[in-house]
Design a protein around this ligand. Structure first.
Ligand SMILES: [Zn+2]
Length: 240
């Protein structure tokens, strides 16, 4: 059964009511969710399921089933026995952790906008993020850090919209990460994330609303991973 992914249209939603639609040894499914499932380089959310009787069940991860695409909230199997299909519950995302992931994800889109090269892969974690570029030329850490923080200081608006397959086919440049397929919703449309005046690309991740929310960043290292691969690791300046 499809889960209504509330976080795709409102990444600031911290909790919601939901109905349990399936429980098995993979995890718990609900009709709608505020938890982002691991994908597109971004870690899956943690959070809590809150039952009507006051009990609370920790969500240790959120994932998508590789074969079926079902959204699964990973919980302790003994605790899952307190749940029943059809039950109305409340759910909360671990907001402090998610907000860090949102800031790093938006930051990586700015890095994409600065470096004009294909992206081979990337990863967004709670204390750092990295992007791999297919690029021969060396990059300078200090220069990259300055450009990145200049974009952040612009406080540009970050917004989302949905386009059709045909529109995406007409603009292949909107797919920046070769290893990640653009996310589609139930209607088969694809989400674009636009950073006003700076970047536009297909992406299903969760983002902050304005670039200043990202906070000051530091390009901590640039590694050579193979002949044409430049791996860029970014951390928050106040944790560096
Ligand atoms: Zn993205």
């Amino acid at each position: 059964m499809n889960t209504n992914e509330l976080f795709r249209n409102d990444s600031y939603l911290k909790s919601c009511e939901a109905t349990v639609t399936m429980i098995d040894d993979r995890g718990v499914q609900v009709n709608q969710s505020v938890c982002y499932p691991h994908g597109g380089g971004q870690l899956g959310d943690r959070g809590r399921l809150l039952l009507a009787d006051g009990a609370s069940i920790a969500i240790s991860d959120t994932q998508k089933d590789r074969d079926t695409g079902e959204q699964l909230h990973i919980v302790d199997s003994a605790q899952a026995q307190q749940l029943s299909v059809g039950a109305t519950i409340n759910m909360e995302v671990d907001w402090e952790r998610r907000y860090k992931l949102m800031r790093f994800h938006s930051c990586l889109h700015l890095v994409c906008a600065i470096i004009d090269a294909p992206v081979n892969g990337g990863s967004i974690q709670i204390d750092r993020a990295r992007l791999d570029f297919d690029l021969k030329e060396p990059l300078d850490k200090v220069e990259l850090t300055e450009k990145l923080n200049a974009h952040i200081a612009k406080d540009a608006a970050i917004s989302m919209r949905w386009i059709s397959d045909a529109e995406l086919d007409a603009h292949p440049e909107l797919v920046r990460t070769m290893s990640v397929k653009p996310p589609r919703n139930a209607e088969g449309t694809i989400r674009l994330v636009e950073i006003d005046g700076i970047d536009l690309q297909a992406c299903g991740g969760t983002h902050v609303a304005k670039t200043r929310e990202i906070g000051e960043m530091l390009v901590r290292k640039i590694e050579n991973k193979g002949k044409q691969n430049r791996r860029i690791t970014v951390v928050a300046a106040d944790t560096a």
